[in-house]
Design a protein around this ligand. Structure first.
Ligand SMILES: Cc1cc2nc3c(=O)[nH]c(=O)nc-3n(C[C@H](O)[C@H](O)[C@H](O)COP(=O)(O)OP(=O)(O)OC[C@H]3O[C@@H](n4cnc5c(N)ncnc54)[C@H](O)[C@@H]3O)c2cc1C
Length: 402
Protein backbone atom coordinates (compact mmCIF):
# COMPACT_ATOMS: atom_id res chain seq x y z
CA UNK A 1 0.00 0.00 0.00
CA UNK A 2 1.34 3.50 -0.77
CA UNK A 3 2.65 5.53 2.15
CA UNK A 4 0.38 8.53 1.56
CA UNK A 5 -2.84 6.51 2.05
CA UNK A 6 -4.00 6.68 5.65
CA UNK A 7 -4.68 3.08 6.79
CA UNK A 8 -7.50 4.18 9.18
CA UNK A 9 -9.51 5.65 6.33
CA UNK A 10 -9.61 2.44 4.36
CA UNK A 11 -13.19 1.37 4.82
CA UNK A 12 -12.95 -2.04 3.31
CA UNK A 13 -11.33 -4.33 0.82
CA UNK A 14 -13.26 -5.85 -2.01
CA UNK A 15 -12.33 -8.28 -4.73
CA UNK A 16 -14.24 -6.11 -7.16
CA UNK A 17 -15.50 -2.54 -7.25
CA UNK A 18 -18.08 -1.85 -9.96
CA UNK A 19 -18.38 1.86 -10.77
CA UNK A 20 -21.93 2.46 -12.06
CA UNK A 21 -24.99 0.51 -10.94
CA UNK A 22 -26.96 0.84 -14.18
CA UNK A 23 -28.00 -1.86 -16.62
CA UNK A 24 -24.48 -3.20 -17.25
CA UNK A 25 -23.05 -2.74 -13.73
CA UNK A 26 -26.05 -4.20 -11.87
CA UNK A 27 -26.36 -7.13 -14.27
CA UNK A 28 -22.66 -7.91 -13.82
CA UNK A 29 -22.95 -7.71 -10.01
CA UNK A 30 -25.89 -10.12 -9.98
CA UNK A 31 -24.42 -12.54 -12.55
CA UNK A 32 -21.15 -12.69 -10.58
CA UNK A 33 -22.99 -13.37 -7.33
CA UNK A 34 -24.53 -16.40 -9.05
CA UNK A 35 -21.32 -17.64 -10.64
CA UNK A 36 -18.85 -17.03 -7.79
CA UNK A 37 -20.42 -16.56 -4.33
CA UNK A 38 -16.99 -16.07 -2.73
CA UNK A 39 -16.29 -12.77 -4.51
CA UNK A 40 -16.86 -9.60 -2.47
CA UNK A 41 -18.29 -6.80 -4.59
CA UNK A 42 -18.88 -3.07 -4.05
CA UNK A 43 -21.12 -1.07 -6.39
CA UNK A 44 -20.61 2.72 -6.58
CA UNK A 45 -23.64 4.55 -8.01
CA UNK A 46 -24.02 8.31 -8.37
CA UNK A 47 -27.80 8.23 -8.07
CA UNK A 48 -29.42 7.84 -4.65
CA UNK A 49 -30.85 4.39 -4.04
CA UNK A 50 -34.36 4.17 -5.43
CA UNK A 51 -37.26 1.99 -4.51
CA UNK A 52 -38.44 -0.56 -7.09
CA UNK A 53 -41.04 1.05 -9.35
CA UNK A 54 -39.72 4.58 -8.84
CA UNK A 55 -39.64 6.33 -12.22
CA UNK A 56 -36.75 8.17 -13.88
CA UNK A 57 -34.07 5.94 -12.47
CA UNK A 58 -30.76 6.56 -14.24
CA UNK A 59 -30.15 3.82 -16.81
CA UNK A 60 -33.44 2.05 -15.98
CA UNK A 61 -35.55 4.83 -17.48
CA UNK A 62 -38.59 4.84 -19.76
CA UNK A 63 -36.85 3.18 -22.71
CA UNK A 64 -37.50 -0.33 -23.99
CA UNK A 65 -34.79 -2.50 -25.45
CA UNK A 66 -34.76 -5.31 -27.96
CA UNK A 67 -33.01 -8.27 -26.39
CA UNK A 68 -31.41 -10.67 -28.84
CA UNK A 69 -32.12 -14.38 -28.32
CA UNK A 70 -28.53 -14.90 -27.09
CA UNK A 71 -29.04 -12.24 -24.37
CA UNK A 72 -32.23 -13.98 -23.29
CA UNK A 73 -30.23 -17.23 -22.97
CA UNK A 74 -27.84 -15.40 -20.60
CA UNK A 75 -30.69 -13.92 -18.55
CA UNK A 76 -32.03 -17.49 -18.23
CA UNK A 77 -28.64 -18.71 -17.06
CA UNK A 78 -28.56 -15.98 -14.38
CA UNK A 79 -32.13 -16.82 -13.19
CA UNK A 80 -33.58 -13.45 -14.21
CA UNK A 81 -35.62 -14.43 -17.24
CA UNK A 82 -38.40 -16.44 -15.50
CA UNK A 83 -39.50 -13.17 -13.79
CA UNK A 84 -38.79 -10.84 -16.72
CA UNK A 85 -40.66 -12.91 -19.30
CA UNK A 86 -44.04 -11.81 -17.88
CA UNK A 87 -43.31 -8.26 -19.07
CA UNK A 88 -41.44 -9.14 -22.26
CA UNK A 89 -42.94 -9.34 -25.73
CA UNK A 90 -41.62 -11.79 -28.33
CA UNK A 91 -40.46 -10.55 -31.74
CA UNK A 92 -41.59 -13.21 -34.18
CA UNK A 93 -41.22 -11.30 -37.41
CA UNK A 94 -39.04 -8.35 -38.45
CA UNK A 95 -39.93 -6.20 -41.46
CA UNK A 96 -37.41 -3.68 -42.78
CA UNK A 97 -38.30 -1.18 -45.50
CA UNK A 98 -37.06 2.04 -47.09
CA UNK A 99 -39.75 4.71 -47.43
CA UNK A 100 -40.45 5.66 -51.04
CA UNK A 101 -38.15 2.92 -52.41
CA UNK A 102 -38.59 -0.71 -53.41
CA UNK A 103 -36.20 -2.39 -50.93
CA UNK A 104 -37.74 -4.61 -48.27
CA UNK A 105 -36.52 -7.46 -46.12
CA UNK A 106 -38.32 -9.76 -43.74
CA UNK A 107 -37.05 -12.23 -41.10
CA UNK A 108 -39.33 -14.77 -39.41
CA UNK A 109 -38.68 -16.79 -36.28
CA UNK A 110 -40.15 -19.95 -37.81
CA UNK A 111 -37.30 -20.04 -40.36
CA UNK A 112 -34.69 -20.24 -37.59
CA UNK A 113 -36.08 -22.90 -35.22
CA UNK A 114 -36.48 -20.40 -32.38
CA UNK A 115 -39.55 -19.37 -30.36
CA UNK A 116 -38.64 -15.74 -31.06
CA UNK A 117 -36.00 -13.71 -32.88
CA UNK A 118 -35.70 -11.67 -29.68
CA UNK A 119 -37.82 -9.99 -27.01
CA UNK A 120 -38.69 -6.39 -26.17
CA UNK A 121 -38.54 -5.36 -22.53
CA UNK A 122 -39.17 -2.04 -20.78
CA UNK A 123 -35.89 -1.58 -18.90
CA UNK A 124 -37.59 -0.47 -15.69
CA UNK A 125 -38.64 -4.13 -15.19
CA UNK A 126 -35.00 -5.23 -15.35
CA UNK A 127 -34.09 -2.39 -12.96
CA UNK A 128 -36.76 -3.32 -10.43
CA UNK A 129 -35.78 -6.99 -10.47
CA UNK A 130 -32.04 -6.34 -10.16
CA UNK A 131 -32.47 -3.79 -7.36
CA UNK A 132 -34.62 -6.25 -5.39
CA UNK A 133 -32.20 -9.13 -5.92
CA UNK A 134 -29.06 -7.10 -5.18
CA UNK A 135 -30.58 -5.71 -1.96
CA UNK A 136 -30.71 -9.26 -0.59
CA UNK A 137 -27.27 -10.32 -1.74
CA UNK A 138 -24.82 -10.44 1.21
CA UNK A 139 -21.68 -10.39 -0.92
CA UNK A 140 -22.65 -7.04 -2.53
CA UNK A 141 -22.26 -3.65 -0.80
CA UNK A 142 -23.92 -0.64 -2.39
CA UNK A 143 -22.38 2.85 -2.06
CA UNK A 144 -24.86 5.53 -3.22
CA UNK A 145 -25.17 8.36 -3.93
CA UNK A 146 -21.46 8.82 -4.46
CA UNK A 147 -18.80 8.85 -7.16
CA UNK A 148 -15.10 8.06 -7.39
CA UNK A 149 -12.92 11.15 -6.92
CA UNK A 150 -9.49 9.56 -7.44
CA UNK A 151 -7.81 6.29 -8.28
CA UNK A 152 -4.38 5.19 -7.10
CA UNK A 153 -3.02 2.12 -8.86
CA UNK A 154 -0.79 -0.20 -6.87
CA UNK A 155 0.79 -3.48 -7.89
CA UNK A 156 -1.93 -5.70 -6.40
CA UNK A 157 -4.75 -3.20 -5.84
CA UNK A 158 -6.61 -0.17 -7.08
CA UNK A 159 -7.17 2.33 -4.28
CA UNK A 160 -10.51 4.03 -4.75
CA UNK A 161 -11.28 7.36 -3.09
CA UNK A 162 -14.97 8.24 -2.99
CA UNK A 163 -16.22 11.81 -2.97
CA UNK A 164 -17.97 11.17 0.38
CA UNK A 165 -14.55 10.64 2.00
CA UNK A 166 -14.64 6.86 2.13
CA UNK A 167 -11.78 4.81 0.74
CA UNK A 168 -11.93 1.31 -0.70
CA UNK A 169 -9.41 -0.96 -2.24
CA UNK A 170 -10.04 -3.68 -4.75
CA UNK A 171 -8.26 -6.19 -6.91
CA UNK A 172 -10.26 -5.11 -9.94
CA UNK A 173 -12.22 -1.97 -10.76
CA UNK A 174 -14.90 -2.49 -13.42
CA UNK A 175 -16.07 0.81 -14.92
CA UNK A 176 -19.72 0.69 -16.05
CA UNK A 177 -20.72 4.35 -15.74
CA UNK A 178 -22.18 4.75 -19.23
CA UNK A 179 -20.89 6.87 -22.11
CA UNK A 180 -19.90 9.94 -20.08
CA UNK A 181 -17.92 8.00 -17.47
CA UNK A 182 -15.78 10.14 -15.17
CA UNK A 183 -13.89 7.17 -13.70
CA UNK A 184 -12.78 6.09 -17.17
CA UNK A 185 -11.05 9.45 -17.41
CA UNK A 186 -9.52 9.01 -13.91
CA UNK A 187 -8.14 5.68 -15.11
CA UNK A 188 -6.46 7.53 -18.01
CA UNK A 189 -8.62 6.05 -20.78
CA UNK A 190 -9.99 8.37 -23.42
CA UNK A 191 -13.19 7.83 -25.42
CA UNK A 192 -13.15 8.84 -29.07
CA UNK A 193 -16.53 10.40 -29.87
CA UNK A 194 -18.20 11.06 -33.22
CA UNK A 195 -21.44 13.00 -33.06
CA UNK A 196 -24.04 12.05 -35.66
CA UNK A 197 -26.05 15.28 -35.33
CA UNK A 198 -29.03 12.98 -34.72
CA UNK A 199 -31.24 12.30 -31.72
CA UNK A 200 -33.63 9.48 -30.88
CA UNK A 201 -37.14 10.33 -29.73
CA UNK A 202 -38.64 7.42 -27.82
CA UNK A 203 -42.11 6.71 -26.52
CA UNK A 204 -44.70 3.94 -26.39
CA UNK A 205 -47.56 3.94 -28.90
CA UNK A 206 -50.90 2.30 -28.15
CA UNK A 207 -52.51 0.42 -31.04
CA UNK A 208 -56.14 -0.07 -32.03
CA UNK A 209 -55.42 -3.63 -33.22
CA UNK A 210 -52.98 -6.46 -32.41
CA UNK A 211 -49.36 -6.13 -33.50
CA UNK A 212 -48.92 -9.88 -34.08
CA UNK A 213 -45.40 -9.72 -32.62
CA UNK A 214 -44.03 -7.92 -35.68
CA UNK A 215 -41.17 -5.42 -35.38
CA UNK A 216 -40.80 -2.79 -38.07
CA UNK A 217 -37.79 -0.78 -39.07
CA UNK A 218 -38.51 1.86 -41.69
CA UNK A 219 -35.93 4.20 -43.17
CA UNK A 220 -37.31 7.67 -43.84
CA UNK A 221 -35.80 10.91 -45.13
CA UNK A 222 -35.15 12.04 -41.54
CA UNK A 223 -33.74 8.74 -40.28
CA UNK A 224 -34.86 5.25 -39.22
CA UNK A 225 -38.05 4.60 -37.28
CA UNK A 226 -38.22 1.39 -35.27
CA UNK A 227 -41.46 0.01 -33.88
CA UNK A 228 -40.92 -2.84 -31.46
CA UNK A 229 -43.87 -4.90 -30.21
CA UNK A 230 -44.60 -4.49 -26.50
CA UNK A 231 -46.97 -6.17 -24.10
CA UNK A 232 -50.53 -4.78 -23.74
CA UNK A 233 -51.00 -4.07 -27.47
CA UNK A 234 -48.37 -1.34 -27.61
CA UNK A 235 -45.33 -0.50 -29.69
CA UNK A 236 -42.09 0.93 -28.40
CA UNK A 237 -41.07 3.68 -30.82
CA UNK A 238 -37.48 4.76 -31.50
CA UNK A 239 -37.50 7.62 -34.01
CA UNK A 240 -34.03 8.70 -35.07
CA UNK A 241 -33.91 12.09 -36.72
CA UNK A 242 -31.93 15.33 -36.92
CA UNK A 243 -31.46 17.18 -33.60
CA UNK A 244 -33.63 20.05 -34.83
CA UNK A 245 -36.45 17.78 -35.97
CA UNK A 246 -36.27 15.79 -32.71
CA UNK A 247 -36.72 19.01 -30.69
CA UNK A 248 -39.75 19.88 -32.84
CA UNK A 249 -41.22 16.40 -32.24
CA UNK A 250 -40.79 16.86 -28.48
CA UNK A 251 -42.81 20.11 -28.66
CA UNK A 252 -45.86 18.55 -30.39
CA UNK A 253 -49.01 17.85 -28.39
CA UNK A 254 -49.89 14.17 -27.93
CA UNK A 255 -52.52 14.09 -30.73
CA UNK A 256 -50.16 15.97 -33.07
CA UNK A 257 -47.34 13.55 -32.31
CA UNK A 258 -49.54 10.48 -32.86
CA UNK A 259 -50.78 11.94 -36.16
CA UNK A 260 -47.21 12.75 -37.22
CA UNK A 261 -46.09 9.16 -36.55
CA UNK A 262 -49.08 7.78 -38.44
CA UNK A 263 -48.16 9.92 -41.45
CA UNK A 264 -44.46 9.03 -41.23
CA UNK A 265 -45.08 5.31 -40.87
CA UNK A 266 -48.26 4.72 -42.83
CA UNK A 267 -50.77 2.07 -41.75
CA UNK A 268 -48.70 -1.10 -42.21
CA UNK A 269 -48.24 -1.37 -38.42
CA UNK A 270 -51.87 -0.47 -37.66
CA UNK A 271 -53.65 2.60 -36.29
CA UNK A 272 -51.92 4.40 -33.42
CA UNK A 273 -54.37 5.62 -30.77
CA UNK A 274 -52.21 7.28 -28.08
CA UNK A 275 -48.63 7.74 -26.95
CA UNK A 276 -46.84 7.74 -23.59
CA UNK A 277 -44.23 10.10 -22.21
CA UNK A 278 -41.56 11.11 -24.74
CA UNK A 279 -37.80 11.25 -24.13
CA UNK A 280 -34.98 12.43 -26.37
CA UNK A 281 -31.40 11.05 -26.56
CA UNK A 282 -28.61 12.76 -28.57
CA UNK A 283 -26.74 10.06 -30.54
CA UNK A 284 -23.04 9.52 -31.09
CA UNK A 285 -20.53 6.75 -31.57
CA UNK A 286 -18.12 6.49 -28.65
CA UNK A 287 -15.27 3.99 -28.51
CA UNK A 288 -12.88 3.80 -25.55
CA UNK A 289 -9.22 3.79 -26.56
CA UNK A 290 -8.56 0.75 -24.34
CA UNK A 291 -10.63 -2.13 -22.98
CA UNK A 292 -8.44 -2.67 -19.91
CA UNK A 293 -5.83 -0.86 -17.86
CA UNK A 294 -3.81 -1.96 -14.80
CA UNK A 295 -6.49 -3.56 -12.54
CA UNK A 296 -9.27 -1.82 -14.48
CA UNK A 297 -11.75 -3.23 -17.04
CA UNK A 298 -14.36 -1.28 -18.99
CA UNK A 299 -17.88 -2.55 -19.59
CA UNK A 300 -21.03 -1.58 -21.51
CA UNK A 301 -21.49 2.00 -22.69
CA UNK A 302 -18.30 3.12 -20.91
CA UNK A 303 -16.51 0.92 -23.45
CA UNK A 304 -18.74 1.24 -26.54
CA UNK A 305 -21.51 3.78 -26.91
CA UNK A 306 -23.45 2.94 -30.09
CA UNK A 307 -26.28 4.43 -32.14
CA UNK A 308 -29.48 2.48 -31.31
CA UNK A 309 -30.31 1.88 -35.02
CA UNK A 310 -29.67 -1.86 -34.71
CA UNK A 311 -30.54 -2.28 -31.00
CA UNK A 312 -27.07 -3.66 -30.22
CA UNK A 313 -25.73 -1.62 -27.24
CA UNK A 314 -26.97 -3.67 -24.32
CA UNK A 315 -26.74 -6.93 -26.25
CA UNK A 316 -23.04 -6.23 -26.75
CA UNK A 317 -22.72 -5.34 -23.05
CA UNK A 318 -24.31 -8.70 -22.18
CA UNK A 319 -21.49 -10.43 -24.05
CA UNK A 320 -18.91 -8.29 -22.16
CA UNK A 321 -20.59 -9.36 -18.90
CA UNK A 322 -20.71 -13.04 -19.88
CA UNK A 323 -16.98 -13.04 -20.63
CA UNK A 324 -16.07 -11.28 -17.38
CA UNK A 325 -18.28 -13.66 -15.41
CA UNK A 326 -16.64 -16.66 -17.05
CA UNK A 327 -13.12 -15.36 -16.34
CA UNK A 328 -13.91 -14.24 -12.78
CA UNK A 329 -15.37 -17.66 -11.92
CA UNK A 330 -12.03 -19.33 -12.47
CA UNK A 331 -9.42 -17.07 -10.88
CA UNK A 332 -7.63 -16.43 -7.59
CA UNK A 333 -6.69 -12.88 -8.57
CA UNK A 334 -9.62 -11.02 -10.19
CA UNK A 335 -7.44 -8.20 -11.56
CA UNK A 336 -4.44 -10.19 -12.78
CA UNK A 337 -2.73 -9.22 -16.02
CA UNK A 338 -3.60 -12.66 -17.43
CA UNK A 339 -7.31 -12.22 -16.74
CA UNK A 340 -7.44 -8.68 -18.11
CA UNK A 341 -5.55 -9.68 -21.24
CA UNK A 342 -7.95 -12.61 -21.77
CA UNK A 343 -10.94 -10.23 -21.46
CA UNK A 344 -9.40 -7.80 -23.91
CA UNK A 345 -8.56 -10.51 -26.45
CA UNK A 346 -12.00 -12.10 -26.19
CA UNK A 347 -13.98 -8.87 -26.57
CA UNK A 348 -12.09 -6.66 -29.02
CA UNK A 349 -13.17 -8.29 -32.30
CA UNK A 350 -16.89 -8.53 -31.47
CA UNK A 351 -16.99 -4.89 -30.30
CA UNK A 352 -15.13 -3.66 -33.37
CA UNK A 353 -17.40 -5.60 -35.76
CA UNK A 354 -20.65 -4.48 -34.14
CA UNK A 355 -19.53 -0.83 -33.87
CA UNK A 356 -18.34 -0.76 -37.50
CA UNK A 357 -21.53 -2.38 -38.82
CA UNK A 358 -23.76 -0.08 -36.75
CA UNK A 359 -21.89 3.01 -37.90
CA UNK A 360 -22.05 1.90 -41.57
CA UNK A 361 -25.79 1.32 -41.24
CA UNK A 362 -26.31 4.81 -39.78
CA UNK A 363 -24.35 6.44 -42.60
CA UNK A 364 -25.91 4.39 -45.41
CA UNK A 365 -29.47 4.93 -44.23
CA UNK A 366 -29.01 8.60 -43.35
CA UNK A 367 -27.65 9.42 -46.79
CA UNK A 368 -30.08 11.08 -49.18
CA UNK A 369 -28.02 10.50 -52.35
CA UNK A 370 -29.76 8.45 -55.04
CA UNK A 371 -26.75 6.13 -55.37
CA UNK A 372 -26.88 5.33 -51.65
CA UNK A 373 -30.66 4.83 -51.85
CA UNK A 374 -30.16 2.41 -54.74
CA UNK A 375 -27.33 0.57 -52.94
CA UNK A 376 -29.32 0.05 -49.75
CA UNK A 377 -32.44 -0.98 -51.62
CA UNK A 378 -30.51 -3.50 -53.70
CA UNK A 379 -29.00 -4.76 -50.44
CA UNK A 380 -32.44 -5.14 -48.85
CA UNK A 381 -33.76 -6.80 -52.01
CA UNK A 382 -30.83 -9.23 -52.10
CA UNK A 383 -31.54 -10.17 -48.49
CA UNK A 384 -35.20 -10.70 -49.27
CA UNK A 385 -34.53 -12.96 -52.22
CA UNK A 386 -31.52 -14.86 -50.98
CA UNK A 387 -31.85 -17.12 -47.93
CA UNK A 388 -28.10 -17.91 -47.61
CA UNK A 389 -27.51 -14.16 -47.20
CA UNK A 390 -30.35 -13.75 -44.74
CA UNK A 391 -29.25 -16.59 -42.47
CA UNK A 392 -26.04 -14.97 -41.10
CA UNK A 393 -27.91 -11.66 -40.71
CA UNK A 394 -30.58 -13.34 -38.60
CA UNK A 395 -27.92 -15.16 -36.56
CA UNK A 396 -26.21 -11.85 -35.81
CA UNK A 397 -29.53 -10.14 -35.06
CA UNK A 398 -30.23 -12.89 -32.52
CA UNK A 399 -26.85 -12.18 -30.92
CA UNK A 400 -25.14 -15.48 -31.80
CA UNK A 401 -21.53 -15.27 -32.86
CA UNK A 402 -19.98 -18.06 -34.96
C1 LIG B 1 -33.05 5.30 -27.52
C2 LIG B 1 -32.22 4.09 -27.18
C3 LIG B 1 -32.66 2.83 -27.51
C4 LIG B 1 -31.87 1.71 -27.24
N1 LIG B 1 -32.32 0.47 -27.63
C5 LIG B 1 -31.55 -0.61 -27.41
C6 LIG B 1 -31.99 -1.90 -27.82
O1 LIG B 1 -33.07 -2.07 -28.40
N2 LIG B 1 -31.18 -2.97 -27.58
C7 LIG B 1 -29.96 -2.83 -26.95
O2 LIG B 1 -29.25 -3.83 -26.77
N3 LIG B 1 -29.53 -1.62 -26.54
C8 LIG B 1 -30.29 -0.51 -26.75
N4 LIG B 1 -29.86 0.72 -26.31
C9 LIG B 1 -28.57 0.81 -25.60
C10 LIG B 1 -28.70 0.55 -24.10
O3 LIG B 1 -29.66 1.42 -23.53
C11 LIG B 1 -27.33 0.76 -23.46
O4 LIG B 1 -26.44 -0.14 -24.06
C12 LIG B 1 -27.35 0.54 -21.95
O5 LIG B 1 -28.12 1.54 -21.32
C13 LIG B 1 -25.92 0.60 -21.41
O6 LIG B 1 -25.96 0.42 -20.02
P1 LIG B 1 -24.75 0.92 -19.11
O7 LIG B 1 -25.06 0.39 -17.75
O8 LIG B 1 -23.45 0.59 -19.74
O9 LIG B 1 -24.84 2.52 -19.12
P2 LIG B 1 -25.98 3.47 -18.54
O10 LIG B 1 -27.31 2.92 -18.87
O11 LIG B 1 -25.63 4.84 -19.01
O12 LIG B 1 -25.80 3.40 -16.94
C14 LIG B 1 -24.70 4.00 -16.29
C15 LIG B 1 -24.92 3.98 -14.79
O13 LIG B 1 -23.77 4.53 -14.15
C16 LIG B 1 -24.17 5.59 -13.26
N5 LIG B 1 -23.07 6.57 -13.28
C17 LIG B 1 -22.73 7.44 -14.26
N6 LIG B 1 -21.64 8.16 -13.90
C18 LIG B 1 -21.29 7.73 -12.67
C19 LIG B 1 -20.23 8.07 -11.78
N7 LIG B 1 -19.32 8.98 -12.08
N8 LIG B 1 -20.16 7.42 -10.60
C20 LIG B 1 -21.10 6.48 -10.25
N9 LIG B 1 -22.12 6.12 -11.06
C21 LIG B 1 -22.19 6.73 -12.26
C22 LIG B 1 -25.48 6.11 -13.83
O14 LIG B 1 -26.23 6.77 -12.81
C23 LIG B 1 -26.12 4.82 -14.33
O15 LIG B 1 -26.77 4.15 -13.27
C24 LIG B 1 -30.63 1.85 -26.59
C25 LIG B 1 -30.18 3.12 -26.23
C26 LIG B 1 -30.97 4.24 -26.52
C27 LIG B 1 -30.45 5.59 -26.14
Amino acid sequence: MSADIDEKNILAEFDLVIAGGGMAGSTLAWALSQANPSLTIAVIEQQAKVEPGQVNQASFDSRSIALAAASVDLLQQWHLWPTLVANACAIKHVKVSDRGHFGKVSLQQKDYAKDALGYVLEVEHLGNLLRAKLANCPQITWFAPTTISSLTPEQHWQLVQLDNGQQLRCKLLVIAEGGASASRKLAGINMTQQHYGQSAVITNLALESKHDFIAFERFTQHGPIALLPLTKQRYSLVYTTTDTHAKQLMQLSEPEFVEHMQQAFGYRAGVFSACGQRAMYPLSLGMADAIVQHRVALLGNSLHNLHPIAGQGFNLAMRDIAKLVQLLSQTDDPGSYKLLRAYEMARQEDIKQVATATDALVRLFSNQSRICALARNLGLLALLLCKPLKHPLAKHAMGYRS
